[in-house]
Design a protein around this ligand. Sequence first.
Ligand SMILES: [Zn+2]
Length: 402
Amino acid sequence: MKEKPSESVLGTNLLHAKSHNRRAILDAVRRSAGLSRADITRITHLSAQAVSNLVAELEEAGLLLAGEPVRQKRGQPARPYRLNPEGGFAIGFQLSGTQMDAVLVDLLGEERARSSLQINHPDPEKTVDLLVAASRDIIIKSGLDPDRNIGIGIAMPGPVGIAGPTGIAPGWENFDLASAMTAKAGCPVFVENDADAAAISEKLYGTARELDNFVYIFIGHGLGAGLFLDGRIVRGAQGAAGEIGHIPIMVNGRKCGCGRQGCLERYVSLLALYDEFDAAHRDDLVLDHNLTRLSALSPDDAPVRHWIDQAALHLTTTFQIISSMLNPQAIILGGLLPEPILTALWQKVTKLQDVDGPTPTGAHLPVHIGDASTYSAARGAAALPIYQEMIPDFQNMLKVRD
Ligand SMILES: [Zn+2]
């Protein structure tokens, strides 16, 4: 970047819950609102004096709110503490070559604003400018105090940071988006591929809250998987673990953008669904970046039904492979499909699994429906800076390399 790093253009980030102990307290209160100082002391194993000091600090910083003192069975009345939803917020982006969707969520993960911008395969530098401008706009839209910005998360088609057929545009191969963005935005920035971001969102807010081993299948314009195994995201040697879209599944099958034929995502993706329509309809769907035309489709439309039947067949085989290789507790199906179509696909997959019987590992592999929202990856991206501030072992979960 030519410009010198700015102090901060998107908030002063006065939160800085950087110490492990502060995070431990925030995490305890996040898990159960209404804890007293004595409860926090018991849960965190910190000294009563340390808890007293840190709680006062966090209250002063606007991260914790104290309720009216509650009378105890014995001893002094104790104040219950909870997170201040407006104590901080984060912005999550979902970036593709043609679309930049953003959500702004508060400290509790509640959405406070969203925005959407069409783009045309911008180069990396231009994209950074667009992201910074969009961040400013969505903060204004939310009406929240810009100084309360904790950070920015960006989800993009993976693999992130290496050359690949699912990249946004030429010129992105070796671009370090996180560093460039941090320099311009002046706040912490996380970059994840969309499948991993959506998987993290499910782990933190969704159906995977209690799971330590699951695979998230992200059906977007292409197809990817987020592998959350043994309590952490698995990235692989080049960050491409879970790039299942280009597994060859059909000999002499449909031509793929990667130059080969019969790749899985040529059958299981939005673009594969669009291919079921005649040329005019297909173009309408492809060019409709807001996905409003997609949302209007019904699983009972003949082309959609045909796609579901095909996709379910290929997914069932894929799930058997995943089950044998990784032995997850569950598979979560999500991405950009509208909820009725995702549900119909899930029903079909479940039916096929019943026909196939148990997997070689014994039990039936449960398949769940994840957050069916066009903003699922953006929400996951927004969770990254927030949980970085609040969960003591979050880095471990992400296993980010320094
Ligand atoms: Zn391919």
